[in-house]
Design a protein around this ligand. Structure first.
Ligand SMILES: *[C@@H]1O[C@H](CO)[C@@H](O)[C@H](O)[C@H]1NC(C)=O
Ligand SMILES: *[C@@H]1O[C@H](CO)[C@@H](O)[C@H](O)[C@H]1NC(C)=O
Ligand SMILES: *[C@@H]1O[C@H](CO)[C@@H](O)[C@H](O)[C@H]1NC(C)=O
Ligand SMILES: *[C@@H]1O[C@H](CO)[C@@H](O)[C@H](O)[C@H]1NC(C)=O
Ligand SMILES: *[C@@H]1O[C@H](CO)[C@@H](O)[C@H](O)[C@H]1NC(C)=O
Length: 534
């Protein structure tokens, strides 16, 4: 497929400014409270036979190749002034290990809450910590905070007690983020809570809510990949006021609703947080899409078909979002906060339950929308959405899934010859394929073809620009908004508004590209279940 040159080379887009006058307020902090963040999308060198157990020396030889790339990128990031650099999930070792074949890659990562350790300056304290040492020295050499992901091995006591959660082979194996301070000290360790088909790893016995403090921007919280869709640890961090989240990921793209940059942007806007997202770049695994997102800006990269398969460093100056940050560090007290979550599933105080709160008489629409609009069911992201087609150049539509309804006002702008089909879809229920989680979603999508049955399928390009207002009344306050235009370009919604009764409105116009998806993605955390994918 021939891509236009601009889209191939201008895949980094920065929203310089835009006007938003919404309830999802956008008051920029004072200009001086800012810092420089960097994320690296890594084209990792894979172990070609991840099911074969290597010797420690061979495993290290493999990891060193990826560490060499990290080293180069840390130097580049430092030259651009980066104060914190984030590398992706699985970026050093790769994928598809079994519980035993990953063993030679494991290092026992001490708990930084219990002891202070600088692996670079005190390499002799623990054997078998070559990777930790190298990462620590990298942070120290380039004088920046460095976040990487690696596998952790923690022996646990084998007991016959049925309540013991120690695996039967006497060790935990965790998918782990490690954070090094700019002098090399290990300051945080986070074990991934929501595993995604990772047979090499265990779920930690309790969700870990891990943050660390920096002298330049205050507090950051840690999560990994699939965690972003769940209450633990992500929403627990946000509810504790942590507004700067670090997000190593290895995310397989899935249009039309869960492409990397689309959901990263949506999460940052919906939760009103900064997200530093670093993904893997691998075409075969459909992985690309990283960015530095704040509620006010997005600096991102999403490779296109035909782009060379290579890494990408993104660097951006962003505002500090820690409300408690006072702009100075207390000597020697760069705090580490670690709290065990109470694992409460009920902290999402959604405004009401979906069965009881929906007000079907939307003042503007009930009278003007034909009740006879023909709806149909089509599968989108493996869920049975109720859809209605946009069959005019402009109009108003409603579509409901049970009692959950979505409303759209739209005007398609004439684009020459193109006759692209669009549909408005609604879904409320539990998504069950590749993870279980409860949703309420309103989505305006371009259908992949000219048949209604193609609505909900993946499509990446569109020519039709549209002015629209998309609205739903949600039983959760966690609704993640996104506007994705042709060729993986994000648009900043012009206006977002959330009312106390759960109504979320997204208004947008003057698109720069054709509309692929406009979405309000509501997560009903309080309806559970927790991720049951093990
Ligand atoms: C989002 O954050 C900004 C700036 O930190 C704040 O002023 C605003 O009130 C927040 N918006 C919402 C909806 O919480
Ligand atoms: C991992 O396994 C999946 C499914 O078996 C396969 O599609 C994928 O290519 C494998 N990835 C790697 C890096 O070996
Ligand atoms: C590291 O391994 C060496 C050789 O096996 C051993 O002599 C030494 O005591 C070990 N050091 C630590 C800190 O465990
Ligand atoms: C669009 O659909 C509505 C409701 O199904 C119908 O009344 C209207 O005639 C349709 N318009 C066109 C142009 O087909
Ligand atoms: C959209 O573009 C039109 C014409 O350029 C302009 O008058 C209008 O103010 C723009 N609207 C917004 C919300 O930017």
């Amino acid at each position: 497929m021939a891509l236009r040159e601009e889209t191939m080379f201008l895949s980094v887009v920065v929203f310089v400014s835009f006007s938003v006058t919404s309830a999802v307020g956008h008051t920029e902090p004072a200009a001086d409270s800012s810092y420089v963040a960097a994320v690296y999308e890594h084209h990792l060198i894979l172990n070609p036979e991840p099911h074969v157990t290597l010797s420690r020396a061979a495993a290290l030889q493999h990891v060193q190749k990826n560490l060499d790339i990290y080293e180069e990128q840390a130097a580049r990031a430092a030259r651009q002034g980066a104060q914190i650099l984030v590398f992706p999930e699985d970026g050093l070792h790769g994928f598809n290990f079994s519980r035993s074949s990953i063993s030679s890659y494991l290092e026992t990562i001490p708990d930084p809450e219990l002891e202070s350790w600088n692996p670079c300056t005190e390499p002799g304290r623990y054997n078998n910590t070559e990777v930790l040492q190298r990462l620590s020295c990298m942070a120290r050499r380039h004088n920046l905070y460095l976040v990487a992901n690696m596998p952790d091995h923690q022996p646990c006591p084998l007991t016959t007690s049925p309540s013991s959660s120690c695996p039967s082979d006497g060790r935990w194996q965790f998918n782990t983020n490690v954070v090094f301070r700019s002098d090399g000290q290990l300051v945080a360790r986070y074990h991934k809570q929501n595993l995604y088909f990772e047979e090499a790893f265990d779920t930690p016995p309790q969700p870990e809510i891990i943050t660390f403090d920096t002298p330049f921007a205050g507090r950051f919280g840690l999560l990994i990949c699939f965690d972003i869709l769940f209450h633990e640890p992500t929403i627990s961090l946000v509810e504790r006021g942590v507004r700067q989240l670090i997000y190593p990921t290895a995310w397989m793209n899935q249009l039309p609703l869960l492409d990397t940059i689309q959901f990263q942007r949506a999460f940052s806007l919906g939760a009103n947080v900064t997200l530093l997202a670093a993904n893997i770049r691998n075409d075969k695994l459909i992985m690309t899409g990283s960015g530095i997102y704040t509620p006010f800006s997005a600096t991102y990269h999403h490779a296109q078909i035909g782009d060379p398969e290579e890494g990408r460093l993104l660097v951006a100056r962003v505002p500090v979002l820690d409300p408690l940050w006072v702009g100075q560090s207390v000597d020697g007290e760069e705090g580490l906060v670690r709290e065990e979550s109470t694992s409460s599933k009920d902290t999402d105080s959604g405004y009401c339950h979906q069965e009881t709160c929906f007000d079907s008489s939307h003042p503007e629409t009930a009278s003007t929308v034909s009740p006879l609009s023909v709806t149909f069911v089509s599968s989108m992201m493996y869920d049975p959405y109720t859809f209605v087609l946009l069959n005019e150049t402009e109009g108003k539509l409603n579509v409901c899934y049970g009692t959950f309804c979505c409303h759209l006002q739209y005007r398609q702008l004439p684009q020459g010859t193109s006759k692209e089909l669009y549909a408005l879809g609604a879904f409320a229920g539990t998504h069950t394929v590749n993870g279980r989680f409860a949703l309420q979603v309103c989505a305006l999508v371009r259908c992949a073809g000219s048949e209604a049955s193609s609505c909900g399928q993946e499509v990446e390009e569109a020519e039709t620009k549209m002015d629209f207002l998309l609205e739903g009344k949600f039983g959760t306050r966690y609704v993640y908004p996104s506007v994705l235009a042709s060729h993986m370009v994000l648009e900043q919604p012009e206006h977002l508004e959330k009312t106390a009764d759960g109504r979320m409105t997204m208004k947008h116009s003057n698109m720069t590209g054709g509309l692929v998806t406009a979405c309000l993605y509501g997560r009903m955390y309080h309806l559970g279940p927790m991720n049951e994918l093990l």
